[in-house]
Design a protein around this ligand. Structure first.
Ligand SMILES: [Zn+2]
Length: 106
């Protein structure tokens, strides 16, 4: 199946996805805030720069999107083009996620 947009448009669209302050992140943040919880965002001094850190609970939260973090769920779909590139990119992301979680727990 071909893409619905041309190659350059797709490339531009993908490069705009930066992965911080995403809509799902904001949803989680406002829910935590509503419950009166205090948190810090994107702490650079912690492995993986967690999206949300709840110091009172010694807890880090990662709000991971299905695509970039290669979920085994119904929303993940490998792109039809450049499959080798995407496979290695996304498995690289998964390995990094696992390493960061391990480092946080150590
Ligand atoms: Zn998912």
């Amino acid at each position: 199946m071909t893409d619905v947009v041309d190659v350059r448009t797709r490339s531009r669209m993908m490069s705009k996805i930066t992965g911080s302050n995403t809509r799902p992140e904001k949803v989680v943040r406002s829910a935590l805030h509503r419950h009166g919880l205090r948190f810090r965002l994107h702490r650079k001094d912690l492995p993986g720069k967690p999206d949300i850190v709840l110091p009172a609970f010694d807890t880090a939260v990662f709000v991971h999107g299905c695509f970039w973090h290669c979920h085994d769920c119904k929303y993940f779909r490998l792109p039809k083009s450049n499959q080798n590139f995407w496979r290695s990119k996304l498995t690289g992301n998964q390995k990094r996620d696992q390493r960061n979680i391990k480092d946080l727990c150590d």
